[in-house]
Design a protein around this ligand. Structure first.
Ligand code: 5AD
Length: 351
């Protein structure tokens, strides 16, 4: 099936399918996935470098104004050890993720870590960064140090909804500018959204999918919104769809995006695994081809709490890895080790 539509209403219909009709949509997506990118699944070891954040997003557990967070930054040795584990086990790449900081000390720390990880892995480990909004100069420095991919979710493509989810000083336009900057700097660019947010309609999700397509992203991570009691959005929790509904909608969104963008890398998110015990397997079976095992030192994991009940916080890196091998088998996919798994084509922006 060659699926080309720019009509949000058509996509709303697909997102709203349930039962046997949803199964048919997801089977179609799996067919396209097998044909276009095969049954391969690539690993990105996720290192949650620091939960110190200068931003105050209304949905996020590690927002600056949450006084209950035990703030940490991993030592360079801890980061290098985690990266070494990933390299030796054959993970093609790692993701360095952290709360957002724009000070020179942080920029410099990342630059040095990227260089050192490149050195200790003989340039074999693909390095992805997920460190928020930064200046052109910072993005360039990190790219020159050796990072090849960058993840920056748009969260929602609707500027009005974006404004309801962020306090003053957080700008949708700036987020868009950063995505453009990343592309210009030469990164493979990943973005994504949250699904099942308060105040969010199915039509907005449909528009998000078309937005990701127009942006020509190379990678997408999209997962369900999950509540966190110590955030301002908690008081609107009665407005979010049921767990079952978020799950169904998320799976359909993954399926539709695979039809819209057959070649991209799509993550089976930890948030999907948290929402539903079968979430990551079902994402892989349907459309996703990337998994991000958490390889943050176990003792720190509970402090990187973006949302409640996050899975894997007591696992060792070895446990996460074993668990993930099982999920991939159950999804009837094949694990690719010692490969970076870069996107097949560079996305072509249409904006
Ligand atoms: N529920 C689900 N995802 C969340 N994120 C942050 N807070 C939450 C939440 N409460 C996601 C955002 C961010 C990524 C790092 O984590 O999409 O970009």
């Amino acid at each position: 099936m060659d699926f080309k539509t720019d009509n949000p209403q058509e996509i709303v219909k697909l997102l709203s399918l349930r039962g046997e009709q949803a199964e048919a949509l997801r089977r179609e997506a799996r067919k396209v996935r097998l044909r276009e990118v095969g049954d391969k699944v690539y690993l990105r070891g996720l290192i949650e470098l620091s939960n110190i954040c200068t931003k105050d997003c209304l949905y996020c557990g590690i927002r600056k104004s949450n006084p209950c967070v035990n703030r940490y930054t991993l030592t360079p040795e801890e980061v290098l050890q985690a990266a070494d584990f990933a390299h030796k086990e054959g993970f093609g790449s790692i993701v360095l993720q952290s709360g957002e900081r724009r000070d020179e000390a942080f920029t410099c720390l990342i630059e040095q870590l990227v260089r050192e990880i490149m050195r200790q892995s003989d340039g074999k480990l693909g390095i992805t960064l997920s460190l928020g909004e930064q200046s052109e100069d910072t993005y360039r420095r990190w790219h020159e140090a050796g990072a090849i991919r960058y993840l920056l979710r748009i969260e929602t493509s609707d500027p009005a909804l974006y404004a309801r989810l962020h306090p003053a000083g957080h700008s949708f336009e700036e987020r868009l500018d950063c995505l453009r900057r990343l592309r210009e700097t030469g990164y493979y660019v990943g973005s994504g959204i949250m699904i099942g947010l308060p105040f969010q309609s199915t039509e907005q999700v449909a528009r998000d999918l078309l937005f990701l397509k127009d942006l020509g992203v190379d990678m997408v991570g999209m997962g369900p919104y999950l509540e966190h009691e110590q955030t301002p959005l908690w008081e609107h929790r009665h407005l979010i769809p049921s767990k079952k509904e978020r799950y169904e909608l998320n799976l359909n969104a993954l399926a539709v995006l695979r039809l819209l963008m057959p070649h991209i890398n799509m993550a089976a998110t930890t948030a999907m695994g948290t929402l539903h015990p079968d979430g990551r397997r079902a994402s892989l079976y349907t459309a996703s081809n990337v998994l991000m095992p958490n390889i943050t030192p176990t003792l720190r994991r509970k402090d990187y709490s973006l949302y409640e009940n996050k899975i894997c916080i007591y696992d060792s890196a070895q446990d996460s890895f074993r668990n993930i091998i099982k999920i991939i088998q159950e999804a009837e996919c094949s694990l690719r080790l010692f490969e970076q798994g870069n996107p097949l084509h560079r996305g072509i922006p249409n904006v």
